[in-house]
Design a protein around this ligand. Structure first.
Ligand code: AMP
Length: 226
């Protein structure tokens, strides 16, 4: 779909940070608190892989290796999703942009509807600890609630606190080896976006090594003041 038709008119938040920084968790909290729509390009790509679409077939091997899917594919997938009516409520981008080309494409997409980024929130973490964070993650296969073996275990082993499901899933790329590649990709391709948004005066930094709730409060304060 043509990006010119994107109906987004409300806040556009970006969450920046290495894998395991908590982008998905915080995006879900923002969704609940502010009625925004979480747009995770990782989730969109995983759906495309599961559905066996052309984009999914092209993305599959790259994702398994912990590399970055091509800008062309990711921008197309995101543009398509942004055009859905629910995105008019405002969006929180989780995992996009990851390259300067993607950031520029997003700016152009928004400019066509007279918009700019509301804030790019950088989740600042200790990288070395990220690999452990990523390797311990799992998700409820039914409602999507995220957990972690050490930092956010389910109250009852194997049972989702939110919906009671026992269908827990573990992402294929959430292992120590792939996590290292994803961290490398972050440093080389994505970290330069911190300066990109700093120059646009859109960057907000948050210490993301503390508790999930405290980080959420810091982010909520930024969103209210934006
Ligand atoms: P995530 O769920 O955000 O950790 O993304 C999982 C994987 O999907 C990444 O390791 C990449 O292979 C791919 N991916 C997600 N978002 C992007 C993006 N914006 N650009 C390139 N690849 C992406």
């Amino acid at each position: 779909m043509d990006g010119a038709q994107t109906p987004v008119t409300a806040p556009v938040l970006i969450l920046l940070g290495p894998p395991g920084a908590g982008k998905g968790t915080q995006a879900r909290m923002l969704e609940e608190q502010f009625g925004l729509v979480q747009l995770s390009t990782g989730d969109l790509l995983r759906s495309a892989v599961a559905a066996g679409t052309e984009a999914g077939q092209a993305a599959d091997a790259v994702m398994k290796a912990g590399g970055l899917v091509s800008d062309e594919i990711v921008i197309a997938v995101l543009t398509d999703r942004l055009a859905d009516a629910d995105c008019a409520k405002g969006v929180v981008l989780d995992g996009f942009p990851r390259t300067t080309a993607q950031a520029e494409a997003l700016d152009e997409m928004l400019a066509r509807s007279g918009q700019t980024i509301t804030a790019a929130i950088s989740l600042e973490v200790d990288d070395v600890k990220m690999v452990r964070r990523v390797a311990g993650r799992f998700t409820c296969g039914d409602c999507g609630e995220g957990y972690h073996e050490d930092f956010k275990p389910t109250k009852k082993p194997g049972v989702c606190d939110a919906c009671g499901s026992t269908s827990m899933t573990h992402r294929a790329d959430d292992n120590a080896k792939t996590a290292m590649s994803r961290l490398d990709a972050y440093h080389v391709k994505t970290a330069p976006l911190i300066e990109y948004y700093e120059q646009k005066a859109a960057l907000r930094r948050v210490d993301a090594m503390g508790s999930i709730d405290r980080i959420g409060q810091d982010i909520a304060q930024i969103v209210r003041g934006a």
